[in-house]
Structure formats: C-alpha cells, structure tokens
Design a protein around this ligand. Structure first.
Ligand code: HEM
Length: 331
C-alpha cells in the first residue's frame, strides 16, 4: 500500500514501521485534553458528518448476556449474580476514523462495544478491541502519536516510534496474526485492569477477554486480499441467519506484580489462570441508529466492578467519547 494510503487508513492501531532517522522526541503541541484528542483524530482521519471520530466504520447488533453460575464468586455486579439472560445492544467496528476502513486490513483493531441492560434504566458497558494492548500509555503520548502521524512525514513518524517503542506493540501483535475472518471470530480484549469485588468483599484484579466459542478464525493473506473491503456486514448477516454468534466472557486473573495502569503492557505468562463468567450471544443486526444515539462508555461500570484508579488512558476515554458524540451533530 502506498505510504499516503497507509497513513489515511492508519487506525488507532497506528501501525507504521519505524524508519531510521534522526532521534527526535516529539512533544505534544497542546494539552492532551479530550478536545485536543478529537481534533488530532480528525486531523489524521478527516471529519465525517455525523460520525464517530474513531471506530467510525461499524455495525450495530443485539443479543443477550447470561452469567455463569460461579460468576457471583467473583463479583457482586447485578448481571454477574442475577439469573439472566440480560438483553444487550452491541457494536462491532474497525479501529481508526475512516468511514470506509477496509475489513481486510491487518494492522487495524476490530472493536466490540456492549450495553448490557441490567434492569430498568440500568445499563453497564464494555468497550474492547481485538488486541491485548493499546497504542499509548498516556493521553499525552497518544496525542503526540496522532499529531506526528498527521504530519505524514516518514522521518518524524519513524523517530516517534523509535522514541516510543510501547506504541509499536499493538501493530506488532496484529501483524503477527491473520485478518479475522469475521467480526464473530476474533477475541476482544478489555486492555485495562479491572477490580472485581464479590459479596464477601473479596477483591481480584482481572482483564476481560471476550472469546468466540468456536475459536479465533483468520484468513490467509491471500484470502484476505480476495475479499471485498466491506465483507464483514454480509458475512455477519449470513452467519446470524443460521444462528447466534456466541462468545465467552473470561476474566483473566492478575498475579502479584502485574502492571495495572499501563494499557500498552500485556499480561503474559503460561501460569495465568482465567475463569469464564458468562456468555455473550449476538443474535441479530440492530438498527445503527440505536448504537449511534449515545456513547459506549468504558467507565460505565456497576458496583462489583471497578476500573483502574491510575490508568490515565482509562480516565480520559469517557470524556473524549462525549466530545466525539457532541460533535457528531455539528459537522
Ligand atoms: C486516549 C485514548 C483514546 C481515545 C482518545 C479514544 C477515542 C475514541 C473515540 C473518539 C471514539 C468514538 C466515540 C463516539 O463518538 O461514540 C472511540 C470509540 C471506541 N474506542 Fe476509543 N479511544 C481511546 C482509547 C481506547 C482504548 C484503550 C480502547 C481499547 C479497548 C478503545 C476502543 C474503542 C472502541 C471499541 C470504540 C468503538 C465504540 C463504539 O462502537 O461506539 N479506545 N474511541
């Protein structure tokens, strides 16, 4: 792909091979507040009337969440202790702010966002991507990354990645794996560290993984090339006509010493335990207007689930999404 196209398609994954060049530590040109982050996303991807500044290309779905019996051992959250099934609205998406981001792109994340309806006027959200890490550990670093990419200057971009190696991890992870064959055959990761508290007050740190029951299925590079840019929507339509797409909600348990506040760091290790806390079943497409009416808010959690206290990316996401929503009607 020519350099210019690669820059246009560039996603939140922001994959760009570090090119040799002068060692320049790029500093942000504005405070990394939510407005500046949305401006920077728009500078990379353009402003698109009525659309999200990121994860612009997506599709709305519906289904249900059913907790596993032992989920209440881990959390007192109502949807993990209650009977279920709890109705849900979800949205699959491509990372980045390009409305036509191709489904065939390897160095881009897929997104899964969920509103789980726990009761009347009570909804909890999850917002996940198809890689275990994000491309920046602070809003400042993310702003700087976007502003550097917006220059389209390969030397500056190469220097950025050299000075910020943690920002290359997501793309490296994606490039080492195949293009998902379907939105329904990718594993989605919460990326941040959450704390679960059960009815006895016992706490555990975890990371969410949403794993397709049929396993991850990818395409060979050759097969991916033969697909249409928008093949995920007809694929999902056909798939759901035959039956639901089912995922397990897994809590991967943290160990002592695990990094809890940097979403560029993956929890690794062969001794790592996980527990299945429920099942997410996607049964049908939903009117996109349902998903576009508001934001999926990663900080919208309920008693029994807490986000990380000192993860600056987690802390800013909700307000950045609110700015994106407020601008959707203005362009
Ligand atoms: C400072 C860091 C981040 C910024 C500035 C940012 C920005 C955005 C924006 C502007 C949107 C669209 C909001 C809307 O209009 O509804 C969005 C959506 C999304 N983001 Fe982020 N994001 C950040 C971090 C993350 C991380 C760490 C993840 C990983 C889980 C993530 C996953 C998603 C997903 C899956 C969506 C799509 C939600 C939907 O379908 O509506 N983002 N992001």
């Amino acid at each position: 792909m020519p350099l210019s196209n690669r820059l246009i398609c560039i996603a939140l994954a922001l994959g760009f091979a570090a090119s040799p060049g002068p060692f320049v530590v790029h500093t942000a040109r504005a405070d990394a507040d939510p407005e500046a982050l949305i401006d920077a996303l728009n500078a990379v991807f353009g402003k698109h009337d009525g659309k999200r500044a990121a994860h612009t290309n997506g599709i709305c779905v519906k289904g249900a969440f059913t907790p596993a019996e032992k989920a209440s051992d881990y959390s007192k959250a109502p949807h993990l202790t209650g009977k279920g099934p709890f109705p849900l609205v979800g949205r699959f998406s491509m990372g980045g702010g390009a409305p036509e981001a191709p489904n065939t792109q390897k160095d881009n994340v897929r997104g899964l966002a969920l509103h789980i309806e726990i009761g009347k006027d009570n909804v909890t959200d999850m917002v996940l991507i198809s890689a275990p890490v994000f491309a920046a550990k602070t809003p400042e670093q993310f702003l700087s990354l976007l502003q550097t990419v917006a220059t389209k200057d390969p030397e500056k971009i190469g220097a950025f990645f050299k000075a910020n190696p943690e920002s290359t991890r997501q793309t490296a992870w994606l490039m080492a794996r195949p293009v998902p064959a379907s939105y329904a055959t990718a594993t989605y990761y919460g990326v941040h560290t959450f704390t679960l508290t059960n009815g006895d007050g016992q706490k555990k740190i975890i990371k969410w993984h949403v794993v397709p029951k049929g396993g991850d299925v990818g395409l060979s590079d050759e097969d991916a090339k033969s697909k249409a840019a928008g093949f995920y929507t007809p694929e999902l339509t056909d798939r759901l006509a035959k039956g639901p797409a089912v995922f397990e909600l897994k809590a991967v348990l943290g160990n002592e010493g695990d990094e809890q506040n940097d979403p560029t760091v993956e929890w690794t290790g062969t001794d790592r335990k996980s527990v299945v806390l429920g099942e997410i079943s996607i049964s049908a497409l939903e009117d996109n207007a349902t998903c576009d009416a508001g934001i999926f808010d990663p900080s919208n959690v309920v008693d029994g689930i807490e986000g990380p206290a000192n993860d600056p990316i987690f802390a800013i996401r909700s307000s950045a999404y609110a700015v994106s929503l407020s601008r959707r009607g203005q362009q």
